[in-house]
Design a protein around this ligand. Sequence first.
Ligand code: SF4
Length: 69
Amino acid sequence: MKCPNKSMNMEGCNCTYTGCDKAGLCCECVRYHRKKGQIPACFFPAEAEKTFNRSIDYFVELHQPARHS
Ligand code: SF4
């Protein structure tokens, strides 16, 4: 798929999963992860992104307020 925004999209892409044919093609990326019940890499901070855990549960977990016991 040819996308006129691909190089601009790549500037904002933090995904470290190499070899993905959807890198820079945000509509394909969102469609792929949404179908799997997931969220694309760019919604995760760098350290979390590196785990390749794209689950909604993980995203929610990361956004919980810090708990003090
Ligand atoms: S977030 Fe997923 S679909 Fe998007 S570029 Fe990374 S590995 Fe590919």
